[in-house]
Design a protein around this ligand. Structure first.
Ligand code: HEC
Length: 138
């Protein structure tokens, strides 16, 4: 190969490789960037609601119990204590499902209006549970 051919060859080669590298980089970013960030609405839709559906279908509260203990930590500073009271009361009675209405009646409307976009982090202990519940729910 003469010099010119080498140049052409490497130019073409780099055009083939660059997109692959870029793709890899994107994947890496997605993995390392914090994909634990969500908001309360989406958390409820992704975790709490399927857990409730699972309970209705099977009578098993395992997912509800697991999720609800974490819910107060997702609340606003000045509401967290009361959220914990509501949740503890339902868990202590062995009926986690009663907490939904208790909390929603008092807090949902206002929260939705003022804090719909507020970011929360999915608690460490629940990561991946959304997928597990959806698979189990089928
Ligand atoms: C301690 C408080 C609390 C508890 C307990 C709670 N939620 Fe929520 N939930 C909220 C708040 C606040 C919102 C509004 C979030 C928003 O719209 O930004 C909400 C929103 C939702 C939504 C979104 C759709 C809608 O109705 O606006 C679903 C679905 C939901 N909750 C399901 C449940 C279920 C099922 C349970 C019980 C197993 C439950 N939640 C228990 C506080 C709670």
């Amino acid at each position: 190969m003469n010099k010119m051919n080498y140049a052409v060859f490497f130019t073409i080669l780099s055009f083939c490789i660059l997109p692959v590298l870029a793709q890899d980089n994107k994947k890496q970013n997605k993995k390392t960037s914090n994909n634990r960030i969500t908001n309360l609405h989406d958390f409820m839709e992704d975790y709490t609601k399927p857990a409730m559906q699972y309970f209705k279908k099977t009578g098993d509260r395992v997912y509800l119990n697991k999720i609800l203990v974490e819910v107060p930590s997702l609340g606003l500073d000045d509401q967290r204590e009361d959220w914990k009271k509501i949740v503890d009361k339902s868990l202590d009675s062995g009926k986690a499902e009663t907490s939904c209405k208790s909390c929603h009646d008092l807090y949902k409307k206002d929260y939705k209006k003022k804090f719909r976009k507020r970011e929360i982090q999915i608690p460490e202990s629940l990561i991946g549970l959304d997928k597990e519940i959806r698979a189990a729910r089928k």
